[in-house]
Structures are given as C-alpha cells and as structure tokens.
Design a binder for this molecule. Structure first.
Ligand code: NAP
Length: 326
C-alpha cells in the first residue's frame, strides 16, 4: 500500500515501447518516474517473434527480448515499477489520482502509454495462432510471407494498406470483407482495386481459421448473403478490423477523437495540463514500435518541462526522488 502522503513526480501507465522510453528519458532527467504495468508487461511487441524494423538491430530482434532490454535500461536509471491494474483515475486537479483497486497513487505529471489492442474476430484459436500464421501487423510480419498465400480480413484503410504492402511478399493476397464495398478512403481503395495481385471476397466472413501443428493452413469462408461455406487454403491470416485504444479509463476526463484515441497537441499534450499521452493510445495512424518510442521520449521531455515550470515549492519537494507534498 503506498504512503498516502507521497506524491509521485511522474507516473507512467503502460510498459510498451512508449511507456518504457518515457521512463528511460524521465529517469535520466531525474524526474523519478514510476511505471505501472499490468500482468503481462511489454505491450503488443511481446506477441511478436522477430522485430526486423526497429533501428539498431541489423539481424532483427526478438520482440520480448527488445522489451526486456528497454525495461532493464529504464531500471538502470532508477525507474520504479509497480504491477497492477489501474481501475480509476481522477484528473480534475493536481495531484492527479490513480487507483489500483483500493491503492491510491498521486502524481504531478502523468504519462499515459496504455497502447491499443487490435480487434479480433472472436474465433477460438486466433490468439493461439499468433506468430504461426495469424498476424495483426503486416509491417511487422509481412516479410515472413514471401512466396506464400495470405488473406487480409477487413475493408478499412488499414486492411487496404496491409493488403497492398503484402503484395511485395506474398504470391496471392485475398481481401475478405463482410460487405460489398470497401470502407477505406477512395484513393486507398482504388489502389487495392487496381492491384491485380489482390483478389476480393465480398460479403464474406471468416468462420474458422484452419490450422495444423505447424500453423495456419487455410480459412473457412462464409458468404453472408448465401450462407455458403468453403475452405480456402492460405498460409497467413492478417486481421485488420481496427484497433481499440486502451483509453476507457480516461473517458469524460480527457478529449478523445471520434475513434476513441486520446487527442494530443504539440507532441503529447492532452487536454489536461500535466497529463501526456504517448504511443498507440493517441496514434491511429502509424502504430509502430519506433514511433511509439519516439512519442514516449517526447512525453518525458514535455513532462520534465512541465515540472520545471511548477511553483518552486512543488518542484523542491519533487527533486528528492519520490516526492512528498509541500
Ligand atoms: P476501420 O476504419 O474501423 O475499419 C475496420 C474494417 O474492418 C471495416 O471495413 C469493418 O467493416 C471491418 N470490420 C470491423 N469489425 C469486423 C468484424 N468483426 N468482422 C469483419 N470485419 C470487421 O479501422 P482501420 O482500417 O484500422 O482504420 C482506423 C482509423 O485509422 C481510421 O480512421 C482510418 O482512416 C485510420 N487509418 C488511416 C490510414 C491512413 O491515412 N493512411 C491508415 C490506416 C488507418 P465495415 O466496413 O463493414 O464496417
């Protein structure tokens, strides 16, 4: 149970690339960060095997290993880690209040790096097949499908971008969409429609992912108009039906965009001064580990500047590490 008199200088929520990079920068600036993470720290990268596009690793790097290294780096400079699930926040006044069940933590600056979760189809085996034929990120995993056959599920901007990207590797890309027209903006949609390496199955849902010991071997497709089912062989299933930013905790307290992402300006500032958001929870467009890490860095720098501008009595109490009020 935390000491109720303690006010933390910088609390970071989330332990993906954004949260851990924020922690590394905040710790090196002596902002004494404390990072709260859930039961499975490390974020989305821990569900990926090889990460080939994070700069600095010419041979690629294992996702969980990359996250473990970021954590060690944050620890080296003095980041404190707390495990637990944040159940409630109050951002109406400073210090901000963060509850982990009955435990209350108070802080002067808050960096939200809670990420986003890919929406899934709700089929029994899809999560178990991550890394063995099921993917939610073509940029991360497309390379492994050189000369293979893949399907992309979804009809939005992401699905179209993923399908077009995958034509660089796969011999055949088939988009499976539940309606008969794409949701993607016309310019993107046309790019897919004009690409003769992309085929379409309209009005169609994936009813089942078929797999053997080594991974995905196909999908069972269901035509939603006729009810007809067919087995469609493929090596990879890219699910691109949208992401859900993990921001529900902040509803009504921060400004969101129309899709539920936390709105930021000037880098990572949210609508509440002293609260910063970094990574996928505020990024509907790029969603890459390296962009998340970059915005984590920005959030830490902005939090530090915010702390520097606080009245001196708050600053003085905070420069000792874990801060006490007054
Ligand atoms: P999205 O626009 O919400 O599209 C999701 C797609 O998946 C839709 O086609 C939807 O079908 C389908 N879908 C949803 N749930 C499904 C389910 N359970 N089963 C089967 N299909 C399902 O998501 P997004 O494509 O990830 O884009 C999210 C946001 O990021 C958008 O605002 C987008 O414009 C933006 N974005 C922009 C860019 C860019 O500017 N380059 C790139 C990527 C994303 P319906 O069409 O029937 O609803």
């Amino acid at each position: 149970m935390p000491n109720p008199d303690v006010i933390f200088e910088t609390l970071i929520l989330g332990s993906g690339p954004a949260g851990l990079t924020a922690a590394i920068y905040a710790a090196r600036s002596r902002c004494c960060p404390t990072l709260i993470h859930g039961l499975q720290p490390g974020g989305q990268l821990t569900t990926t095997t090889a990460v080939d596009n994070f700069p600095g690793f010419p041979q690629g790097v294992d996702g969980p290993a990359l996250m473990e290294n970021m954590r060690l780096q944050a620890e080296r400079f003095g980041t404190q880690f707390i495990e637990g699930e944040v159940t409630r926040v109050e951002l109406g006044e400073r210090p901000f209040k963060i509850w982990l069940g009955e435990e209350l933590y108070r802080c002067l600056t808050l960096i939200i790096a809670t990420g986003a979760s890919p929406r899934l189809l709700g089929l029994g085996n899809e999560e178990a097949l991550y890394g063995r034929g099921v993917s939610v990120c073509a940029t991360c995993d497309g390379f492994f499908y050189r000369d293979k056959e893949v399907v992309v599920v979804g009809g939005g901007d992401t699905a179209v971008e993923e399908a077009v990207f995958l034509t660089r590797f796969a011999t055949r890309v088939t988009m499976i969409h539940r309606r008969d027209e794409l949701r993607a903006v016309p310019v993107l949609a046309q790019r897919a429609l004009d690409n003769d390496r992309i085929a379409f199955r309209w009005d169609t849902a994936v009813a089942e992912i078929i797999a053997d010991q080594s991974g995905v071997t196909g999908v069972r497709l269901k035509n939603l108009k006729t009810g007809e089912e067919e087995d469609f062989p493929c090596d990879g299933v890219f699910i691109a039906i949208g992401h859900q930013p993990n921001a529900a905790l902040f509803e009504g307290q921060l400004d969101f965009d129309k899709d539920g992402y936390i709105l930021t300006k000037n880098g990572t500032e949210t609508s509440v001064p002293g609260v910063f958001a970094a990574g996928d929870v505020q990024d509907p467009i790029f969603r890459q580990a390296v962009t998340a890490a970059g915005s984590g860095c920005m959030a830490a720098i902005q939090a530090e500047r915010f702390l520097d501008d606080l009245p001196s009595e708050a600053q003085l109490s905070c420069r000792k590490g874990i801060c006490t009020e007054g």
